[in-house]
Structure formats: C-alpha cells, structure tokens
Write a new protein. Sequence first.
Length: 163
Amino acid sequence: MSNQAPPHQSQPKQTPPNRIAGVETRHIHDWFGRFAVAASTWLGSTWAFAAAALIVAVWFAVGPLFHFSPKWEQSINTGIALATLFMVFLIQNMQNRDARAINLKLNELIRAIDKARNQMIDIERLTDAELDDLQATYEKVKTAWSERHARHPADRTGRAEEQ
C-alpha cells in the first residue's frame, strides 16, 4: 500500500524554511518593508557617509562658480530637507519593525516560561493608565523585595529562603 494520499485529498502544505507556519505575508506592504531594510542598511554604512561628505564638498567647491548666491545655498538646503524628510519615514519604519519583532520575541518567552504570567503578553496595547497601574504593581514588588533583602541579606535571588 502506498503512503501517498489519493489525488482528491490535499497534501499538507510545507512551510518554506524562511517562513513561520500559520503566518501569512502581507504583499501590499512587503515592497516598502524590503526597500526600507535595504535603504537603511546602505544609508547606515560608511559608504553613505562618504557619499554625503562628497556631495557637501562638491557643493562647497562649486560655490565660487555661483558666487555663493542664494540659489546655490538653497540647493543644499532643499536637498538636505528632502533627505531628512525621507529618512524620518525610513527610521520610523525600521523602529516599528524592530519594536514589533522584540515584542513578539518577548511574548514567545513569556509563553514558554511556565511561571510567567500570560497576562503580560501584548501589554504594549494597554492604555497609558493601565500601564501606569502595572508599573505601580511592579514597583511594589521591587519595594517588597528590597525590604526583604534588607532583612535577609543572604537571600540575593529574591526568592524566599528554602533551606
């Protein structure tokens, strides 16, 4: 008997090695994400810094040809303003991606640790007031630990003495 499924039954889909099972990509935003990663990688390099320095040097060198006119000065100001505008969006995109990836990694660690509170998963979606309450709770835990540590200096782990 063959181990292959009959033709009318579908085979389970194999997850490509660079994908996580159950996670579908969003093709609409993929192009910008790929562009942002590539652009930030290049724009954060030594070559990009050298290119920017070369542009400024050339701009300064041609100043006498234009008699240091207001148009000459405005050309670098406009270029810098446009570059800054686009860089703001690239930087924000990369920070959003990094923060999301870090949160997902932390969520996975919380989920994987038996003693961790699952309520901590996705707390970045809480309101500021809810985050303030949670922070106050942890400050109380820290204060209680500090007081306990002051009474029992041998207990450096924060756990009750088990001896």
